[in-house]
Write a protein that binds this ligand. Structure first.
Ligand code: PMP
Length: 382
């Protein structure tokens, strides 16, 4: 195995806390049906590819120079997209931030607001990278709980804020791996309490907890679930992150972004590496944003496919978490690894993730979902 960790004891001065960790990531297997990392199954069309290629060619003429460090044009384009997608006013570029995937946006947030002696609070089960951002920024990690149906109990959340005084609260909505979207009222209640629930300030006075709503899957939400973006003008300590990796179908380009008060963004600008967004990345993202209609044309189909899958799985007698995302968590299985392996043997890759007994499947094309259904019926003997 090319990437197997070295077996020899090392004399390297590895930082305490990193011992025994493996690099994060789902198995990458070359199977015909890939439903394991919540990608959009539809590649960009030839027209979109041609425009992206032309934009990259133009950027290539200037690659002897460092890129635009502040990427204001991209930030303007992202603000325009959020205005159209979520119905909020067009935010000034100073209220938008972007990085190499929303993973890097989150890392910037914890670099800016976390750190030794501070705590980040989230509610499990949730995205398994969150504790890794905490580890990498030497921030304490606290996971409150979700209910059996993966919703969030507001009283529990507020009690956790009061107990831990977190510098950052991470709320994924829709949540990965469960697909659960948070009602706006829940986010409001947490944001209200968070105004004074942060760690003690330099003078001992109250500070806010920064509330981060991770909306990586927001475009897949069922109609009637408004985005937390609509709350931004009421909460200076709220940040809403998004990504081009999912609905936008651009996971390979690595572009994530957030919207927040300008003061939040200004601290992120302090911790980012200089020129962190390459000229190529900026060109690709801007070209793709011009084609947002085409790139996202399948979102409605994917939603329908998801709802049909939830119904079908329930029809098979399985338990399925309500999903507002492009994936579905289902179970329970006494031996989920065996189910996963059985699917792999039939050419279908899904993900072993979530509480014991559950599996997660991403929504693919109609054909891919048919292949998944057939394989699952065979594996379970249905
Ligand atoms: N947040 C959540 C909840 C996710 O599931 C993911 C991707 N799996 C991300 C953030 C990061 O996505 P990206 O870095 O590709 O933007």
């Amino acid at each position: 195995q090319a990437n197997a960790p070295a077996q020899q004891p090392s004399t390297l001065p590895v930082r305490p806390g990193l011992e025994g960790f493996e690099p994060y990531g789902a198995p990458q297997l070359a199977l015909p049906v890939l439903l394991n990392v919540n990608e959009n199954p539809h590649p960009p069309s030839n027209a979109v590819v041609a425009d992206i290629a032309a934009a990259v060619a133009e950027a290539a003429h200037g690659l002897n120079r460092y890129p635009d460090r502040e990427f204001l044009d991209l930030r303007r384009d992202l603000a325009d997209y959020l205005h159209v997608e979520s119905g909020i006013d067009v935010l000034p570029p100073e209220q938008i931030w972007a990085a190499n995937g929303s993973n890097e946006v989150m890392l910037h947030l914890l670099q800016a607001f976390g750190g030794p002696g501070r705590t980040v609070l989230s509610f499990a089960p949730t995205y398994s990278m969150y504790p890794e951002y905490a580890r990498d920024t030497l921030t304490g990690w606290v996971a409150g709980r979700r209910e059996d149906d993966f919703t969030l109990d507001v009283d529990h959340a507020l009690a956790q804020l009061a107990e831990h005084r977190p510098a950052v609260v991470l709320l994924a909505s829709p949540n990965n791996p469960t697909g659960t979207a948070l009602p706006l009222a829940t986010i409001e209640a947490i944001a209200d309490a968070a105004a004074t629930s942060g760690p003690p300030g330099p003078d001992g006075g109250p500070t806010a907890s920064v509330v981060v709503v991770d909306e990586a899957y927001a475009e897949f939400r069922r109609t009637g679930t408004p985005s937390a973006l609509t709350l931004l003008d009421r909460y200076p300590h709220l940040a809403v992150s998004r990504t081009m990796s999912k609905a936008f179908g651009l996971a390979g380009a690595r572009v994530g972004y957030l919207a927040a008060d300008r003061a939040v963004v200004d601290v992120l600008r302090v911790v980012r590496l200089p020129y962190h967004l390459s000229a190529v990345t900026q060109a690709v993202a801007r070209a793709a944003l011009r084609h947002r209609g085409a790139l996202m044309s399948q979102v409605a189909t994917l939603r329908d496919e998801r709802d049909a899958l939830v119904e079908w799985l329930r029809g098979q007698g399985l338990t399925v978490a309500d999903s507002d995302a492009n994936f579905v968590l289902f179970g329970p299985f006494d031996n989920r690894d065996a189910v996963w392996q059985g699917l792999v043997e039939r050419g279908v890759l899904i993900r072993v993730v979530g509480p014991p007994g559950w599996l997660r499947v991403s929504i693919g094309t109609g054909e891919e979902m048919a292949a998944f259904r057939t394989a699952l019926q065979e594996v379970l003997g249905l």
